[in-house]
Design a protein. Structure first.
Length: 133
C-alpha cells in the first residue's frame, strides 16, 4: 500500500498498531492464548530501584514503555489499516519461541522471580504492620 502512494515515496514511516495496549494486557493476551497462568507483579519504580541489582536495567526497559507517533503514517496514507490481528500474532510469536526453547535470559528470569517474591513479602509486611500498627 505504501508503494502505491506517491506522497509516501522516499519517506521513512513507522508502521504500527493504532491500538494501544499496556504491558499487562500484552502478557495477559499471551498467557490466555497459550493457555498458561501468569503471575503479574506491579511494583513501584522507587521500590524496584532500591532493590534491583542493576538499576540501569530499569532505565533500559523503561525505553519500551512508550506510545509511538503514527501521525506521519496517517497523513501520508490515511487509508492504512492493520491486516494482522496483533493479539494472535503475539501468541503465535510466544508459542514459536517456546517451541524453539527460547525462554529468555536465565539471569533476568531469576532476578524477576527474586524481585516478585521480595515485593510480595514487602506487601505482606506492610499489611501486617497496618493491621497490627
Amino acid at each position: 500500500a505504501m508503494a502505491a502512494c506517491a506522497a509516501a515515496r522516499g519517506e521513512t514511516v513507522l508502521v504500527g498498531s493504532h491500538r494501544t495496549r499496556s504491558w499487562r494486557e500484552q502478557y495477559e493476551l499471551i498467557a490466555a492464548g497459550l493457555q498458561r497462568r501468569v503471575r503479574m507483579v506491579a511494583a513501584g519504580s522507587a521500590w524496584l530501584r532500591e532493590r534491583i541489582s542493576d538499576a540501569a536495567f530499569l532505565d533500559e526497559t523503561s525505553l519500551w514503555d512508550q506510545l509511538y507517533d503514527l501521525s506521519k503514517l496517517r497523513r501520508l496514507l490515511p487509508a492504512y489499516r492493520e491486516e494482522v490481528d496483533l493479539a494472535a500474532a503475539l501468541v503465535q510469536t510466544a508459542a514459536s519461541a517456546l517451541e524453539r526453547g527460547e525462554l529468555g535470559d536465565p539471569e533476568l528470569a531469576l532476578e524477576a522471580r527474586r524481585l516478585a517474591a521480595a515485593w510480595e513479602n514487602w506487601r505482606a509486611d506492610q499489611s501486617v504492620s497496618i493491621t497490627t500498627g
